[in-house]
Design a protein around this ligand. Structure first.
Ligand code: NI
Length: 202
C-alpha cells in the first residue's frame, strides 16, 4: 500500500516537472520567435528630409507608433496600392489611428525631391509624412529596415536616363511608440486585416 502511494506520488511529481519544463520551453520559443527577435533586427535611427525640406530623424516621431512604407513616387503600381491600403487601414481604425504616424520613405531620392513628395502624398492619408534625403541617408534608412531596392533598365533603350523603374521589397512596418519593431505586413495585405492586427498590437 505504501509503495503504491509512493509510485503515484512519484508519477504525479514527474508530470508536474514535465509540464513545467515544456511550459518554459514554449515560453522561450515564443520569446525568441516573437517580439524580442524582431526588436533587435528591424528599424533604427534615421536622418531624412520631409516634404517641406526640413531635416527629420526617427526621434521626431518617438512617442507614437509608426506605420512605415518604403517606395517611390514613380512606381506604376505596387507603391500606390500599398499606400492606399495603409490609408484605408487607418480610416478603419477610427480614433485609434490618431496616435499612429504613417510614414512614406522614398528609395528614389534622385527624383523624389521634397516638392515631388509633397504633390504625390496629397493623394493618400492626410497625415502621411513623406521623407527623402541624400542617397546615403536613404540607403541607411532602407538598410536598417532591411529594404532591398535596385534600378532596372527601362524597356525602351531610347528612353531618357531618368526614365527608370526600381525593383524593391514591399512591406508595411508597424513600429512601437518607442521606435522598436512590432510587426510587418506583406504585399497585398487587405486593409481590414491590417487594421485588425494593428488594433491587436496597440
Ligand atoms: Ni513600388
Amino acid at each position: 500500500m505504501a509503495l503504491k502511494r509512493f509510485v503515484l506520488l512519484f508519477a504525479l511529481a514527474a508530470c508536474i516537472a514535465a509540464i513545467a519544463v515544456s511550459g518554459a520551453a514554449i515560453w522561450q520559443l515564443a520569446e525568441r520567435g516573437g517580439r524580442s527577435a524582431g526588436r533587435a533586427a528591424i528599424g533604427g535611427p534615421f536622418q531624412l528630409v520631409d516634404s517641406t525640406g526640413r531635416q527629420v530623424s526617427e526621434a521626431d516621431f518617438r512617442g507614437r507608433p509608426m506605420l512605415i512604407y518604403f517606395g517611390y513616387t514613380y512606381c506604376p503600381d505596387v507603391c500606390p496600392t500599398e499606400l492606399q491600403a495603409m490609408s484605408a487601414a487607418l480610416d478603419r481604425l477610427g480614433s485609434i489611428a490618431e496616435q499612429i504616424q504613417p510614414l512614406f520613405i522614398t528609395i528614389d531620392p534622385e527624383r523624389d525631391t521634397p516638392e515631388q513628395l509633397a504633390s504625390y502624398c496629397r493623394h493618400f492619408h492626410p497625415r502621411l509624412a513623406c521623407l527623402t534625403g541624400t542617397a546615403e541617408q536613404v540607403a541607411g534608412a532602407a538598410k536598417s529596415y532591411r529594404v532591398f531596392y535596385a534600378r532596372t533598365r527601362s524597356q525602351n533603350r531610347d528612353a531618357p536616363a531618368d526614365n527608370y523603374l526600381l525593383d524593391h521589397s514591399s512591406y508595411v512596418y508597424l513600429m512601437a511608440a518607442d521606435g522598436l519593431y512590432l510587426t510587418h505586413f506583406g504585399p497585398g495585405t487587405d486593409p481590414e486585416a491590417m487594421a485588425e492586427r494593428i488594433r491587436a498590437y496597440l
